[in-house]
Design a protein around this ligand. Structure first.
Ligand code: GLA
Length: 693
């Protein structure tokens, strides 16, 4: 038996945690047991095929060098055809066949797709949208995370799987659920509203504290009884923003409780087998992965290119860097990506030759020690039949299959990179609570965008081959020379103090507009903006001056700002650039303040491309952080990963033409040849190894 967490009472919400750094990340064990090679493989759904296909598949897996497959993720209806009655025959056989071929298993708990009997028996477990729509069956996806029936059923199947396969030699990893938070996360069912109230009682202790935190005297929202509080469902006008922010926190935590309950059920049987779940690092707006990463044994992540964007590989790099940061710098599993097109974007663009390998190898360069795909064999039925696979509908004669085999061979030569680190001296702040708050209604401009700003800052560093970590604003930042806060709308007192301490001890901080504006309750603290950052930035903001659509303003350093300006009053800072026109004409646009032994920069407008890149270059130079000459987005990406013994330089050419790289020497891992300078052909990737003394 496992100890089921009581609704709303497990894992403190991220900001409830007194000291985030007190708990090591990631939580517990090291790597996948018995694995000394970069794991290669993918989701495998044998229930969609006859037994003779399994045999053929496993032979092809061997041929491609596949070592790890994720199975059982959507098998609940087969494994528990009637409530409490288990039929493990097919899974037993698949597990045995895989083991016989030397392929390890990442065994899924199938709780992202409850069977038809579950929905018929427990209709109250259907999630309900903010508009009151009860979502139906016939698809897949989460039940209401606070449904006691769902939690019991999920724990039941996890417990049964744990008991059945505890000693199976193929089992090396547990894969709980599938992409918690997608496609739905928030649920407004009666059970969720009740659990939200319990969560609030735990958080605030008293109604007075809640009324104060939520500012309920505004619009006469004061509560006199806990039962008067509802989930923040669609209302005539906008709902209290602090209430919505808390509901987002409650939701992330409710989903985390579901993960923890399953994990603990499995751990009771297999304390030695690591447990993970697949994150969507930059792409799951509803989950605070900093809190989640403390609960998994190994961080695993899914990433799909935004196919139509020309910079989609930059977004992939950013996602990989965030994933590595969530893993505390330790290796992580690329649990899913695609060999070619997906099927769920407006236009599902095929990957070009070489692109799959670049995506995979850049992930390894950025810390992944496992490269898996969705999925091994392309489905013939169902919603995903037009999604690419390792083995496409066209079978082994296809280019994709040939590239899969080639990738298996390439990864086979990279085992020595395992466990390597990606040292970074720059961190970008990433705080999903701030994103939740900023995304609420009635902000000063619709053109404000936290993700857009973070991508813009990240891209300019990427173009200059600068290694970047992501950090939570509560984290110990002392390992970094430069911290970027392009979008820190919500900054609680502890975060602001942390940033002040970072700068006073010699760090360089770059903050940008609409940062440091509200506290953890989405309330504006006393005094001028930006409350906690006024002192370190050496300025105050008298007024926001958002631009009209398509308006721009020139600065006297030659750069151009759009979207935003502030009416800045300097209080110790110097103006680095001043607006020449626009709503803030004559006012500072970019400032720098010496504070302690460091300096803090403020960018009050939306700078893009080289305007932003040149400014960041100045900050990096001041901090003594090396940066390369800026290269185009469709250019050569260079990433360094190092172990105690060797430096691995990954060179991925995202353009069509050859790129010469003069300053790299060592052994080309693919050919074994010694190189001193090399040409990376268009679309190709090279990995060069050099020994460290
Ligand atoms: C997600 C899911 C998979 C599959 C892929 C398709 O990542 O986890 O089951 O649906 O998308 O891209």
């Amino acid at each position: 038996m496992t100890n089921a967490p009581t609704l709303g009472e497990t894992a403190a919400t991220p900001r409830d945690a007194a000291d985030r750094n007190a708990e090591a990340r990631p939580a517990r064990s090291g790597w996948i047991p018995g694995t000394d090679r970069i794991a290669f493989g993918g989701d495998y759904n044998p229930e969609q095929w006859d037994r003779d296909v399994w045999v053929e598949d496993i032979a092809l897996m061997k041929r491609a060098g596949i070592s790890l497959v994720s199975i059982g993720i959507f098998s609940w209806a087969l494994l528990e055809p009637r409530e409490g009655e288990y039929e493990f025959g097919f899974l037993d056989e698949v597990m045995d066949l895989l083991h016989g071929a030397g392929i390890s298993v990442d065994l899924g708990t199938p709780t992202a797709a409850p069977p038809a009997w579950f929905w018929r028996t427990y209709p109250e477990a259907h999630p309900v949208t903010r508009d009151g729509l009860r979502l139906g069956h016939g698809s897949r996806g989460m039940a209401s995370p606070s449904s006691t029936a769902y939690r019991a059923a999920a724990r039941g199947i996890a417990d049964a799987l744990g008991a059945r396969y505890a000693t199976h030699p193929a089992l090396v990893l547990w894969h709980v659920h599938n992409e918690f938070g997608a496609p739905v996360s928030e649920c407004y069912s009666p059970a969720s509203a009740a659990a939200f109230r319990v969560w609030l009682q735990n958080r605030y202790g008293s109604l007075d504290a809640l009324n104060a935190a939520w500012g309920t005297n505004f619009w006469g929202q004061r509560y006199g009884d806990w039962d008067e509080i509802d989930a923040p469902r669609t209302s005539p006008s906008i709902v209290n923003p602090a209430q919505r922010l808390d509901f987002a926190r409650y939701t992330s935590n409710a989903l985390l409780e579901c993960f923890v309950a399953e994990r603990d059920a499995l751990k009771a049987h297999t304390p030695h087998i690591p447990v993970t779940t697949n994150f969507m690092a930059t792409n799951c707006p509803s989950i605070d992965y900093w809190a989640w990463s403390r609960e998994v044994d190994i961080v695993a992540n899914d990433y799909y290119l935004v196919a139509e964007r020309a910079d989609n590989h930059v977004l992939l790099a950013m996602d990989a860097d965030l994933t590595r940061s969530l893993a505390g710098g330790r290796p992580w599993i690329l649990m899913e990506h695609s060999t070619g097109a997906v099927n769920w974007q407006p236009r599902n663009i095929a990957k070009r030759p070489g692109e799959m390998a670049r995506n995979s190898l850049v992930s390894v360069a950025r810390g992944a020690d496992a490269v898996l795909f969705f999925q091994f064999r392309a489905s013939r039925s169902g919603a995903e039949k037009f999604h690419s696979a390792m083995l496409p509908h066209g079978g082994t004669p296809t280019r994709i299959w040939r590239e899969v085999e080639a990738l298996g061979a390439t990864l086979g030569g990279l085992d020595d990179v395992m466990g390597g680190s990606v040292p970074a001296r720059v961190a970008i702040l990433w705080d999903v609570e701030s994103f939740w708050a900023q995304d609420l209604e009635w902000r000063p401009s619709v053109d404000l965008g936290h993700r857009e700003r973070i991508v813009a800052f990240y891209t300019e560093l990427w173009r200059r081959d600068v290694a970047v970590d992501f950090a939570h604003p509560h984290d110990d930042l002392s390992a970094y020379d430069v911290v970027l806060a392009p979008a820190s709308y919500l900054l609680d007192a502890a975060s602001a103090a942390n940033l002040r301490g970072f700068v006073s001890e010699g760090g360089r901080l770059v903050s940008s507009y609409f940062s440091g504006i509200v506290d953890e309750h989405d309330a504006v603290p006393d005094g001028p903006y930006p409350a906690g950052l006024r002192e370190v930035l050496g300025l105050r903001i008298d007024e926001f001056l958002p631009f009209r659509a398509d308006e721009s303003a020139r600065l006297d350093d030659g750069s151009t700002g759009t979207v935003w300006a502030d009416d800045i009053v300097l209080d110790g800072a110097e103006a680095v650039a001043t607006f020449e026109d626009g709503p803030a004409a004559g006012r500072p646009g970019v400032t720098r303040n010496v504070y302690g032994t460091g300096s803090a920069w403020y960018v009050s407008t939306k700078l893009d491309g080289d305007d932003l890149g040149m400014l960041l270059e100045r900050v990096l130079a001041e901090a003594g952080v090396e940066s390369a000459a800026a290269h185009p987005v469709a250019g050569l990406e260079r990433v360094e990963r190092r172990t105690d013994e060797a430096l691995f330089v990954f060179l991925a050419n995202h353009g069509d033409t050859d790129v010469e790289v003069a300053d790299v020497s060592g052994i080309d891992v693919a050919t074994g040849e010694s190189v001193s300078g090399l040409v990376v052909p268009g679309a190709a990737t090279r990995v060069i190894r050099s020994e460290l003394d």
